[in-house]
Design a protein around this ligand. Sequence first.
Ligand SMILES: Cc1ncc(COP(=O)(O)O)c(C=O)c1O
Length: 355
Amino acid sequence: MEIKIIENQNPKQPPKDDSKLGFGNFFSNHMLIMQYDKNKGGWGPAEIKPYGVLGLEPAAACLHYGQIVWEGMKCYHTRDGLRLFRPKDNFNRLNRSADRMCMPSVDVDYMVDALKEFLKLEKDWVPKLKGTSLYIRPCMIAHETFLGLHKADKYLLFIILSPSGPYFKEGFNPIKIMVEDKYVRAAKGGTGEAKTAGNYAASLKSAVEAKKKGFSQTLWLDSIEMKYVEEVGAMNIAFVINDEVITPELDGTILHGITRNSVLEICGKLGIKASERRISIDEVIERIENKSLTETFGMGTAAIIAPVGSISYRDQEHIINDFKVGPNAKRIYDELIGIQYGDIEDTFNWIDKIE
Ligand SMILES: Cc1ncc(COP(=O)(O)O)c(C=O)c1O
C-alpha cells in the first residue's frame, strides 16, 4: 500500500519510563488523516503527517451538530513483534456508529492496512512493559462549514496514537462504582450503541459527581424504568452469579463491546457458564447481600478487565467478595491478556500481525 508520508522534522522521543505513562497523556510524532468529500467521489487516500492542530473553521459542522464518531483499540508489543487485537471489529463498529450519525463508512480492509503502515512508522512508540500498549484512537468528524442542521458532505478521519499504561490508578485491583439513579446515559432509539462523542459528554455530569464522592465510575440504569443495569462509564459490565457470568443483553442502548464479546467467547473456552440477559439493580443488590453474586467486573479495551469491589446504590455501599479480585475475573483476565500479548495461543483468530 502506497501512503503519502510527510515526516515530522521535529520528532520527540517516546516517553522513557513505561511505568509512568498513565492513560492518554502522550501522543506520537505523526497522525494519519483522510478526507471525505461527497462531491469528489468520497474518501481520498490516507496520508501520514506530523501530529498537530487540525485547523478547523469555527463553522465546522462537528462543533455545532456533533457528527463525531470514534474508536479505541490497542497495539501490543509481543515477543513475536507488534500485534493488533481484532482491529477489523473496531472499524466495523466505526461504520455502524457512522451510519447512526449519518456519516460515511470506510473500507475496513483499507483502514487496517493503512493503520499497519502508520504503526510501522511509529513502532518505537509502542511501549514494552507488560500491561502497557499503544492506544489507537481513530476519529471521524464532520468538517464542512455551514450553519443550519443538516447532514454534512465533508468529513475528516484521523488516527492518533498514545502510549498508555493502566486506565485506572488501581490497576488490576477492585474499583468502587456508584449506581446512577438521577441521570441517564441513553434511551432506546437514541445513540447509546454508537460510539459518538455526545454520549460521553452526556455522561460527564454523573462521572464528576461520582468522582467527588470517591467512585471510579458510574453504573448506568435503563432510562425508562431506572431498573435494569446497562453498562459503566467506558466499559460493559458482568456479574458472576452462582458461578455463571451474566452480562446485560445488547438492547440498542449499550455499546457492543469487543472486550465483552471476547470475554463471552473466552468463557466458552474456559468452561465458564456465561449468558446475556436483562438484570435489575434490585437483583444485583439482593444477590450481593445473599452472597450468590460473588464477582463483578467491567470489560473494555482501555481498562481490559476491571474488578469491582463495591457497588453503591441509594447511598448504601454493597461490598463484593470482601473487596478482593474474584477467581473468574482473574482467569478471564489472564486468558485475555495472554492472547493479546502473545503468551497464549490465539485459537479465536483475533490477533492481527503488523510485521
Ligand atoms: C460506553 C462504553 N461501553 C463499553 C466499552 C467497551 O468497549 P470495547 O470493549 O470495545 O472497548 C467502551 C469502550 O470503548 C465504552 O466507551
